[in-house]
Ligand binder design. Sequence first.
Ligand SMILES: Nc1ncnc2c1ncn2[C@@H]1O[C@H](COP(=O)(O)OP(=O)(O)O)[C@@H](O)[C@H]1O
Ligand SMILES: [Mg+2]
Length: 310
Amino acid sequence: MALLEVRGLKKNFTGKNETLHAVKGIDFTIEEGECLGLVGESGCGKSTTANMTARLLKESEGDIFFLGKRINGGKRLCAAGKEMQMVFQNPADSFNPHYSVLECVMQGARYYKLYSKSELKERAMEWIKYVGLKESYLEKKIGELSGGECQRTAIARALICNPALIICDEATSALDVSVQAQVVELIRKLKEEKKVSFLFITHDLALTSSVCDRIAVMYSGRIVEMGETKAILQHPMHPYTQLLLSCVLPAVGDDEYRVPECSSFRGAGDGCDFYEFCPKICTQCKDRVPDLQEREGRMTACFQRGDPDE
Ligand SMILES: Nc1ncnc2c1ncn2[C@@H]1O[C@H](COP(=O)(O)OP(=O)(O)O)[C@@H](O)[C@H]1O
Ligand SMILES: [Mg+2]
């Protein structure tokens, strides 16, 4: 069994007048030491998926299996535990700015009572070094750190719990490009050296190429294409992935490239979510939602499963 298996996961947010279908039934797995990228524009349901997986948010439907056990379904929402850690876009928000780097990293394991007092400090110092922060940083206050240093501290805080899976929700999005590359490199090192698995969430498709083994492209609450990163980036099959890729490298100052915004208000039975924007529509698209089906080692949810270069 995979390290993580998500089956038929759905989330509806019910408002006064309408129901928003944020996640409409998604399935994916992550193996040990694998990094799965979850990619899609803002609002497509990535964070909702992450939060349900980490048990910070209750699902409307579906199952989540982690380390061979079903982790949802209990009466109370209960965090997934030390083996599944999360790193967010703005880590500063989840730290007390007056705490030192050392205190913040130790805090990660204190709750789980994993180590004795002296061992806890030793482990924290090891991980702080591993993520690339110098010893002089140990006593620095979080409030004095740069974005990249703060993100390294957040990763060290996750690592001290020896997690099997780390969910990075736009963890590099707020960083400068060069710092972003350093954090991505750290993730790669962790994957290779420590066999940590990652769910790497980003709206930036280009960023997946250096770190993700596979990617799942999400649009309007559904996965529309999933497969090996290289294959998808070189030959995207789904029209939405093709559009997303064409937007990856817009010329500087060129605002012509725009990805159509998804609508989470469309319900099941309204046809393909991408219908209105798709250049390749056929008669079925308006009335039915295409299933995610395998073809040439790739999963795509499109009635037009033709040659990717067509
Ligand atoms: N707590 C909430 N209540 C109501 N709507 C929400 C809530 N959280 C997210 N949404 C909506 O669900 C959709 C998906 O959001 P989100 O998962 O945050 O997307 P992403 O992370 O891909 O940007 C959006 O339309 C968002 O406005
Ligand atoms: Mg998000």
